[in-house]
Design a protein around this ligand. Sequence first.
Ligand SMILES: Nc1nc2c(c(=O)[nH]1)N[C@H]1C(S)=C(S)[C@@H](COP(=O)(O)O)O[C@H]1N2
Ligand SMILES: [Mo]
Length: 250
Amino acid sequence: MKNPVSRREFLAGAGAVGSLLLVGCDADAYLPPKVRGGLMGVSDVLTMATQRLMLSGQPLAQEHDVSEITKNFPTWGNTNPRQEDFQSLLSGEFVDWRLPVGGLVNRPISLSLEDLKSLPQRTQITMHICEQGWSAIGQWTGAPLLEVLRAAGGVTDEARYVVVDTFDGWYEGYDMFDVVHPQTILAYGLNGKDLPLGNGAPVRLRVERYCGYKNLKFLKSINVVSSMDGIGRGTGGINSDSNWHWYAGA
Ligand SMILES: Nc1nc2c(c(=O)[nH]1)N[C@H]1C(S)=C(S)[C@@H](COP(=O)(O)O)O[C@H]1N2
Ligand SMILES: [Mo]
């Protein structure tokens, strides 16, 4: 007679199937906000679906040892937004900086740097991979985005994307799969010090499973939405608006 499946085997199997179902039920987790036409669109969807299946158990991106930290973490792209509102906050050492968290949350809030630092924090030593051909390892400290949304009373049932805006006019939308990941943090520290200006002071996003351009610097606001339609060109972010991949898994 065939052995009945042990309880442990059953649970392990149920867990694996369950985590696939979790992604599987939510077809959105396989698709970018807007699917491009032609072969690029096909490859976008295949890449995203494959990676999302592989990542369905939400594993952590590799974390490194302190000894591997890059001595001078490079600065890249915009290193000092010239916008007046940013310059005035900078000259006041960001004492007046506030991060509004609104849209489809239950209790919109506006967080000071102190407020953000009082939330549960996470420190992670990870590799930043820029799509333009360089990488570096840094130790980031910040508040998980999930904790920030919790502080805003959580999101409503319609919530599908978190849109991050920056002082230099960038924006990106992230779907809930990446939003709830434990390594998705609003970082205010690099290598044990305040986040330097060139690296996105006072606060930048770290989404460790994505390449460089999704890791927005100089955060200005956070907005939870049900759709990316009507935001920029509707593709889900400033980079995909100019034909980079929206799903930019590193
Ligand atoms: N607001 C904003 N965020 C940004 C950029 C930018 O120009 N503006 N550049 C992106 C790119 S392409 C990279 S590689 C990283 C660079 O981060 P670093 O300056 O800390 O190296 O920031 C990303 N986030
Ligand atoms: Mo980049």
